[in-house]
Design a protein. Sequence first.
Length: 240
Amino acid sequence: MLKPKSQRKYNVEQLDHNDQQRPPPPFDIVYHGNCIDIMAAMPPESVDFILTDPPYITRYRGRDGRTIANDDNAAWLKPSFARMHRVLKPDSFCVSFYGWPKAGLFLSAWRQTGFRLAGHIVFRKAYASKTGFLQYRHEQAYLLAKGNPPRPAEPPPDVMDWTYTGNTLHPTQKPVSILKPLIAAFTQPGQLVLDPFAGSGSTLAAAQILGRRYIGIDIDPQHYRTANKRMTALNARRAA
């Protein structure tokens, strides 16, 4: 019996061989489904920049009981970044958030799929989101390079202040305010931004505000509907 897409195991070495070359998907769209499968339908080297917030593999559960799809396993990790590397244009960047308890898994997956570490970004919080041995007062992301991208005209700082969203749209909702400087630095107007783990659509909203094209993907039907509704409203306001 065929396993659900979220539970399938993928052979990273066979991903490119199994890809089917199809016409590029339309821009400015949110897809519902497994990003590994959806990115297979995209032509290689068709995306200018990737900005994404994948599951941290920490079995996250918010105070309200909300959870994250596939946050309980790492089966998707290497296959998804292999797909990302394939669709990203040469000499371009990917920014990926990650959870520090599983940093080793993320670093290994990035390196094995062809990405090079190009920088590290800390997002400083004015509050503690959790307290253990330490107060957790930051989020973090790596800047990953495919090939040798040129230095941006105005490099963003590697420490930025976080704005609390209230997590009203998603249990780990990222603020648009911290995503806009990254998109502005690493893309030009009209270029294509991809988020394979789109969640509530914050990356897509930041891209649209800055005049970039976007493609978002999310496997969770509720988050897909949230992101799609959010972007439909933003596009309607822009067209008005």
